[in-house]
Write a protein that binds this ligand. Structure first.
Ligand code: RB5
Length: 148
C-alpha cells in the first residue's frame, strides 16, 4: 500500500517510528514532513496528506500531532477524506469496517509507541465492510457536495 505520512513537531518522533514500521512491512511511504522537532504548524502537514489521498496519489494517509485532534479537524476539511482519530485498536478497526476511513490520526502525547503501531497495523489491515455502511458513506459525500 502507498501511505502518505505527516506530523508536526509534537508527532515527529512517532511519525518516524511509523515510517520505519511501514517500510518494514513492505509498504511504500510518502513522507510530507515535518523533518525535525522544531515547532511548526499541524495544518500544513494535514493539508499535504489529505490532498495526496484526495488525488489518489496515496492509498491512505497517517497524521500525527500531540493529540491527533488538530490533524483530524484539518484533514476532514478536504472532500473525499474521512479522517479518524483513533485511541485504540477497536476504534481503528471500526473506522475501517464502518466508516471506510482513509486517513488515520494519532496523538503522540496520548499513545505509547507500541499501542500506536498496533493501531496502525489494525487500521491498515482491516477492510471496509460495505453493505449498509456504503449508503452512509454516500450520504457523507452528498453532504460534502451540498456544503457551502
Ligand atoms: C502542538 O503543541 C499541539 O497543539 C499539536 O500537536 C496538536 O496536539 C494539536 O491538535
Amino acid at each position: 500500500m502507498k501511505v502518505a505520512l505527516g506530523s508536526d513537531h509534537a508527532g515527529f518522533r512517532l511519525k518516524e517510528r511509523i515510517k520505519e514500521f511501514l517500510i518494514s512491512k513492505g509498504h511504500e511511504v510518502i513522507d510530507f514532513g515535518t523533518t525535525d522537532g522544531e515547532s511548526t504548524h499541524y495544518p500544513l502537514f494535514a493539508k499535504e496528506v489529505a490532498l495526496a489521498v484526495q488525488k489518489g496519489e496515496a492509498d491512505r494517509g497517517i497524521l500525527v500531532c500531540g493529540t491527533g485532534i488538530g490533524m483530524s479537524i484539518t484533514a476532514n476539511k478536504f472532500k473525499g477524506v474521512r479522517a479518524a482519530l483513533c485511541l485504540n485498536e477497536y476504534m481503528a478497526r471500526m473506522s475501517r469496517l464502518h466508516n471506510d476511513a482513509n486517513v488515520l490520526c494519532l496523538g503522540d502525547r496520548v499513545l505509547g509507541e507500541d499501542l500506536a503501531l498496533s493501531i496502525v497495523e489494525v487500521w491498515l489491515n482491516t477492510p471496509f465492510e460495505g453493505g449498509r455502511h456504503q449508503k452512509r458513506i454516500e450520504l457523507i459525500s452528498s453532504i460534502e457536495k451540498s456544503c457551502p
